[in-house]
Design a protein around this ligand. Sequence first.
Ligand code: NAD
Ligand code: GLY
Length: 364
Amino acid sequence: MNSSRVVPVSLGAASYEIRIAPTSLGSIAECADWWKGSSQAVIITDANVEVPYARQVAEALAEDLEVHLLVVDPGEPSKSTATAVALWECLLETGIDRKTVVLAVGGGVIGDLAGFIAATFARGLPFVQIPTSLLAQVDSSVGGKVGINLPAAKNIVGAFWQPRGVLIDPDVLETLPPREYQSGLAEVVKYGVIQDVEFFAWLEGNAQPINARENGPLVHAIARCCELKAEVVAEDEREVTGHRAILNFGHTFAHAIETVTEYGQFLHGEAVAIGMVQAAQLAERMGRVDAEFTSRLKQLLTIFDLPTVAPAGLDTDELISAMSRDKKVEAGQVRFVLPTKLGHVELTSDVAEEDLRAILQTRG
Ligand code: NAD
Ligand code: GLY
């Protein structure tokens, strides 16, 4: 199996490459075509990733560029207006110019935040993604969605700002805590369900080496997810046709669970795992898929140590009310991404409340 891969993202003049290679962080300077003409680089990272990864990138770039390393607190609260203001002020004080490249070294929080800073400062700076969590490597670093949260709404302030390139070094996953790794695997499973039944079957057959974080299978899984996401993004970059919404399979349920549990109980991928099962159960109840679909999905998520059942005690009305604030709501209708078979999903608002309530009350 190849140990390094390049995945193109085709977006006309904004096209770029995702380069996936073990031990590539230290040779980031080989990607200099991504920041042609820049004399300065700003690396944005968090305190968990700074040592060794962001420092390693800083050292590798220091021969050619003046490098500034900006470190924020780890975690979702850093995707805030307060952190954005602090970073803008820092860039101003540093005296960077309009060709300065911004590099995100971290998980999805850092990618979204640094991308937002790159999109907005001086009306836009070149941007490079160096994702270090599995979720960021298979999902958030690809496709150009960047942004921050407001206290009452996640990801509500942002932009589409494509990176010049994405560099993925799977070796950094060695230090990712197990729950964070498993959370990323939920998004990996999602791609199989929504777009690629063969990939789903491949995951079923390779779950053990994936759980063991073996390099070859891991590179294959990351590359396949990036290819599948790149296909969707190339077709509907700005989520205009609705096609990009298929990436939100399971997410309407997941966001409702995250909201009702006040973001304290589940990591995003854990909520997505439960949400995908609920979407499958809803589709099964509506006669769109058979029972085998749901049981294969549950089985794979279980092998990846992910939850498949919502906790007892969640209030159905609160969940439905949270769903009505979902970003996919159009003309007052909640839209669901529902499967028709493994490898294919559809966006629909044709869901009876009775069916939805029945699924939200299901335990098991
Ligand atoms: P995260 O960035 O908070 O990273 C998870 C944790 O792992 C953090 O504590 C981080 O410091 C740590 N970490 C990261 N890499 C590490 C490594 N190699 N070794 C040790 N620790 C490491 O969270 P995440 O799950 O990566 O991303 C979640 C964010 O991504 C959310 O804000 C979500 O909204 C966003 N997201 C964006 C998109 C998009 O398309 N832009 C898509 C999905 C999710
Ligand atoms: N994670 C959803 C998207 O990128 O559109």
